[in-house]
Design a protein around this ligand. Structure first.
Ligand code: ADP
Ligand code: ADP
Ligand code: ZN
Length: 214
């Protein structure tokens, strides 16, 4: 079960990917989380990626593609995985198809979580993230049990620097220009599935499970 999550920033990809990963026992691979982990640990990759992330731009493919290619062939990926935030443009999509083809593999599902731009800004301003375990909350829609504290690990939640309104606008532009064309790309590969991401979290999850179990 090899899955790609598509959708605008804030559509709920990460939220759904975490639940799918838990339910089906496959790894959740988020390039955003990998970059943030490197940033926190002050690695060379983290320093380079920060420059782009702060501006809401895509980190160059040279820094991104190889990381994913290494990750998806690790032992824990044998049963499948869920890619969240990769691919982000057509060259990354082609790169992924190529490395998989060479290994006689393919993506089984590309799930597009559809949410209109109007809803995105509200979602992003209320998003809170755990800097320790990566869990994501929303102050109104999906609040933690104790305000400001991660349910899973008890760490104090933060607002991501790139979730401020100007950066979100830029990220939405980047999404429409660079990422949205992947919807047609995966449609042509015959693996595109679409879910209505404006529904409550549990309903979106049910729709995705139906698709995966069909
Ligand atoms: P969101 O979940 O809100 O869409 P992510 O955590 O996926 O945000 O990504 C945060 C930032 O990390 C992006 O704005 C971009 O700078 C960088 N990034 C993440 N994944 C990729 C990728 N596949 N290619 C290039 N840059 C990426
Ligand atoms: P992405 O990974 O696509 O950037 P997230 O999963 O981080 O998106 O979700 C963005 C924000 O919206 C978070 O604050 C999250 O808690 C909230 N959220 C996720 N799914 C839903 C939903 N179905 N309804 C309302 N809010 C949601
Ligand atoms: Zn946590």
């Amino acid at each position: 079960m090899k899955i790609v999550m598509l959708g605008a920033p804030g559509a709920g990809k990460g939220t759904q990917a975490a639940r799918i990963a838990e339910k089906y026992g496959i790894p959740h691979i988020s390039t955003g989380d990998i970059f943030r982990y490197n940033l926190k640990n002050g690695t060379e990759l983290g320093k380079k990626a920060k420059e782009y992330m702060d501006k809401g731009e895509l980190v160059p493919d040279e820094l991104t593609c190889e990381i994913v290619a290494d990750r998806i062939f690790m032992d824990d990926c044998a049963k499948g995985y869920i890619l969240d935030g990769f691919p982000r443009n057509i060259p990354q999509g082609r790169y992924l198809t190529d490395v998989l083809t060479k290994a006689d593999q393919k993506i089984d599902f590309a799930i597009d979580v559809e949410v209109p731009d109007e809803n995105i800004v509200k979602r992003m301003s209320g998003r809170r993230a755990c800097p320790n375990c990566g869990a994501t909350y929303h102050i109104v829609n999906i609040p933690p049990k104790k305000e400001g504290i991660c349910d899973t690990c008890g760490t104090e939640l933060i607002q991501r620097a790139d979730d401020k309104a100007e950066t979100v606008k830029k990220r939405l532009d980047v999404y429409h220009d660079a990422t949205q064309p992947l919807i047609d790309y995966y449609k042509e590969l015959g693996v595109l599935k679409t879910v209505d991401g404006t529904q409550p979290m549990n309903d979106v999850f049910e729709d995705i499970c139906k698709i995966l179990e069909d």
